[in-house]
Write a protein that binds this ligand. Sequence first.
Ligand code: SF4
Ligand code: SF4
Length: 164
Amino acid sequence: MLKNLISPKLKIYMNYEQIKKRIAPCGMYCGKCFSFNTGDIGEYASKLQKALGEFDIYAKRFSELIDEPKFLKYPEFKEMLNYFATPQCKGCREEKCKLFKDCKVRGCTEKMNVDFCFECRDFQCNDTGFDEHLQKRYVRINERMQEIGVEKYYEEIKDKPRYQ
Ligand code: SF4
Ligand code: SF4
């Protein structure tokens, strides 16, 4: 089967426009957001959903068979898994971010005619609408992109978890 002929280490290179779809103008990595519709979290959640099948019935049985009360929490786990498996967002460049509702960056980068904040003459500005934590990340990420370029930055972060 073709699937078996493809090395798991095979690198898939993305061009600048493809990378832009995954990295927001502020530098945050939409591609690893739980809400990104073609992201890893949605894909893995969907695979796990399929692998579990009709586990509901078994969860109850296993809680008794092996006396493990954790299985009784399966309905809550399943609810969360279903949520992760149906991500809706197309990324910051296509729609308004559902998480950071006060973000002013996308509209501003369009006005300033830049793809990323580090390309703007006013970087680092304080008019992003971010809280302190996000503002620090925005500065750190943009400085790194400025230093090594967008493509290399993408290579650096593409396999790291977004939530760390
Ligand atoms: S725009 Fe916001 S909600 Fe959508 S993928 Fe990016 S960070 Fe996630
Ligand atoms: S003014 Fe600030 S938010 Fe707007 S593009 Fe420049 S750096 Fe980004």
